[in-house]
Design a protein around this ligand. Structure first.
Ligand code: PLP
Length: 382
């Protein structure tokens, strides 16, 4: 049986040629393509600096380190996300906590954040970093978040794994007008892919220097503390990692980025067709009116007591729907840290009622019609 996944890369001959050209070049890693990809993404997002790494998870980790996160600090993120949004804090020995999301968008609820910040201020437990997630590609309320960051003195890392191609107040996500660092993922289900891959963007040269060093063992060749005795010289100044992206990955990323605007149009058209044919009462998440979505996911909401039957029915028909996401506070690892998933009731509700329908650029109208017809049939079958 042919199956329809919820998300999938588009690979063209141009992508294949770009990768093959690197394979037959002298540099498989750390050649010109990584720099080219970094510059192209930075330009697209109007950011001053971009550091390519081997995953979105690595980008989150070095973003936390570059903002000076230590084991005395706290990070807050959304529990309605992939576990990587929270794990990055734990990698640095910091304490993680969550802020519930809005039911309308699945994004961090700024009112809940404001309340939690005020309480944390009283007990002297303010976070050092807040990591909002642009869920499904819909930008969060970044202006309000920025106000709160100024008032309470925390840094902001945008987890924009879903949001390459989105914009907020007319500026591309990644521009960072309201944050310190923005990270992207280029996993194959994301809006463009480099196989595995990620990137961290910032307007700040000091942060950029740290991001670069943490991505490659904490080593620099250009900003040495000691006098440089010759061209062979390099210095390790921090404890970093080998998180480097390869030229093979970057060549694919560069080739894909050229089609990002096309991808955005296609994703938008698919979403509009779903909205046209599906009933309103299965719920539709919408982002802030100041944002333009990257339409990464199309999650629907169904009564919790019907969700399993309909999810299983879709899968049985070969439509590989997926849940985005299980409440992170419900994961056994996080429960062992003492989290109660019921402390985040909107996340609980969304994660018990949602699943994402197929949304990728090569989804044909026939396939989409089949997805819609199957869903409507299952919904009618009560
Ligand atoms: C919201 C979010 N954050 C972080 C990540 C981690 O990205 P990667 O898979 O590239 O490590 C993902 C990817 O699945 C994600 O969806």
């Amino acid at each position: 049986m042919l199956t329809i996944p919820y998300g999938k890369q588009q690979i063209t001959q141009a992508d294949i040629d770009a990768v093959v050209a690197v394979l037959t070049s002298p540099n498989l890693t750390q050649g010109p393509k990584v720099t080219e990809f970094e510059q192209a993404v930075a330009q697209y997002c109007q950011a001053a600096h971009a550091i390519a790494v081997n995953s979105g998870t690595s980008a989150l980790h070095i973003a936390c380190l570059s903002l000076g996160l230590t084991n005395d600090d706290r990070v807050w993120t959304s529990p309605f996300s992939f576990v990587a949004s929270a794990n990055c804090a734990l990698y640095c020995g910091a304490t993680i906590d969550f802020v519930d999301v809005e039911l309308a968008s699945g994004n961090m609820d700024m009112k809940a954040l404001a309340t939690k910040l005020e309480q944390a201020k009283q007990s002297n437990q303010l976070p050092k970093i807040v990591i909002p997630v642009h869920y499904a590609g819909h930008p969060c309320d970044l202006a309000r978040l920025h106000q709160l960051s100024q008032q309470y003195g925390f840094s902001v890392i945008e987890d924009a794994s879903h949001a390459l191609g989105a914009s907020y107040q007319g500026k591309p996500i990644g521009h960072g007008q309201y944050s310190d660092i923005t990270i992207f993922s280029f996993h194959p289900v994301k809006n463009i892919t480099s196989g595995e891959g990620g990137m961290a963007l910032t307007q700040c040269p000091k942060i950029a220097k740290k991001l670069r060093m943490y991505s490659t063992h904490g080593i620099t060749k250009t900003d040495c503390i000691n006098e440089v005795p010759g061209d062979w010289y390099y210095e390790q100044q921090l404890l970093g990692f080998n998180y480097r992206m390869t030229d093979i990955q970057a060549a694919l990323g560069c080739s894909q980025l050229k089609r990002l605007d096309q991808f955005m149009e296609r994703r938008k058209a698919i979403v509009e067709r779903y909205q046209q044919w599906l009933p309103d009462n299965i719920g539709r998440l919408i982002g802030t009116t100041e944002g333009k979505s990257a339409h990464h996911l199309f999650p629907i909401q169904i009564d919790a007591n019907k969700r399993k039957r309909i999810f299983d029915g879709m899968r049985k028909a070969g439509i590989i729907v997926q849940l985005h996401y299980i409440n992170i506070a419900r994961q056994p690892y996080y429960q062992a840290l003492g989290f109660d998933p019921l402390d985040f009731p909107n996340t609980e509700q969304l994660s018990q009622t949602s699943f994402s329908l197929p949304l990728f650029v090569d989804l044909s109208e026939e396939q989409q019609d089949f997805v819609i017809a199957t869903l409507l049939e299952l919904l009618a079958d009560d």
